[in-house]
Design a protein around this ligand. Structure first.
Ligand code: A3D
Length: 320
């Protein structure tokens, strides 16, 4: 069987890390793409030169022409700019929306059968626009955010409880970051819900709230430390987990920004929900009952995403 082909559109900090991880895990041959000519070629060559040492088999090439992504099985999109001081969220949205238009056209032309994972921010709006610009089936275009948000939550919980990260599961819904909705009664330590752990005296409600807030602010905490950029190791690892579930038909249950067509009462928007990712892309959206407080938090999150989509439509009316 021929190797799978993975196209990384955007070869910056996350793109380079994705290439390294995809190589180490032998997910397939890797094409790095970027408009900054030389960067994808240089990173590809550098990582390829690590393959004899690490002992993995994968070809890594770099390109600044979309023809190079032809026939890709997976495309992971990080192209765009990050917010710089003095730049409003709308400024960023306008710039990255144009990038999504170009990327969408490239994928439509050269990789129409790919499973597409968008990481570019503002995530929930960019993945929505990318699906429309590319015209790919909605179950084949997703956004990465929930895996990262829940990984951050799991890490902080494991540190709090002094248990292995492997025994902590977290359930998050909603938009990325600020409006993320962690569901304590579905997040567990070895199957014991956080709500029970509060009753058992493992953690107070107030301390749990602090951990949740740190998770929401997880991206900003890293930007504050790095000063010149945002997180890239954990975002890349999260997207690779999603790509692997698709490529190996693992049917992992993962929180992703998925297209909703009525689920959770939401129509034609991308919002973070639990999904099953397998060879059919998003094979199922897992719908759970929300209590009043959870529903309110989810509605607030959906309203924030809707606001971003409206802003996109104002810039590019064709998205309507
Ligand atoms: P960075 O290192 O700046 O890489 C972005 C790359 O995109 C650069 O190499 C650019 O040259 C390239 N690029 C710009 N415009 C285009 C274009 N039109 N076509 C092709 N390539 C282009 O950023 P990064 O890798 O650190 O982050 C990438 C994106 O991910 C940003 O939008 C971040 O805000 C976002 N991000 C999202 C999360 C989520 O959890 C959703 C987490 C971390 C970062």
């Amino acid at each position: 069987m021929a190797r799978k082909k993975i196209a990384l559109i955007g070869s910056g900090m996350i793109g380079g890390t994705l290439a390294h991880l995809a190589g180490l895990k032998e997910l397939g041959d890797i094409v790095l793409f970027d408009i900054a000519d030389g960067i994808p070629q240089g990173k590809g060559l550098d990582i390829a030169q690590s393959s004899p040492v690490e002992g993995f088999n994968a070809s890594l090439t770099g390109a600044s022409d979309y023809a190079a992504i032809e026939g890709a099985d997976v495309c992971i999109v990080t192209a765009g700019v990050a917010r710089k001081p003095g730049m409003s969220r709308d400024d960023l949205l306008g710039i990255n929306l144009k990038v999504m238009e170009q990327v969408g056209a490239g994928i439509k032309k050269y990789a129409p059968n790919a499973f597409v994972i968008c990481i570019t921010n503002p995530l929930d709006a960019m993945v929505w626009a990318l699906q429309k610009f590319s015209g790919l089936p909605k179950n084949m275009v997703v956004g990465m955010a929930g895996v990262l948000d829940s990984a951050r939550f799991r890490l902080f919980l494991s540190e709090e409880f002094k248990v292995s990260v492997q025994d902590v599961t977290a359930f998050v819904l909603g938009g990325h970051g600020d409006t993320m909705v962690p569901l304590a009664r579905y997040s567990t330590v070895a199957g014991i819900p956080l709500t029970d752990l509060v009753k058992m005296g493992w953690v107070t409600k107030e301390r749990l709230e602090e951990i949740i807030q740190r998770t929401r602010d997880g991206g900003a905490e890293i930007v504050g430390l790095l000063k010149t950029g945002s997180a890239y190791y954990a975002p890349a690892a999260s997207a690779i987990e999603m790509a692997e579930s698709y490529l190996k038909d693992k049917k992992r249950v993962l929180p992703v920004a998925a297209h909703l067509s009525g689920q959770y009462g939401v129509k034609d928007m991308y919002v973070g929900v639990p999904t099953i990712i397998g060879a059919g892309g998003v094979e199922r959206i897992v719908e759970i009952d929300l209590n009043k407080a959870e529903q309110e938090a989810f509605d607030k999150s959906v309203a924030a995403v809707a606001g971003l989509c409206e802003a996109c439509i104002n810039i590019a009316p064709a998205l309507k």
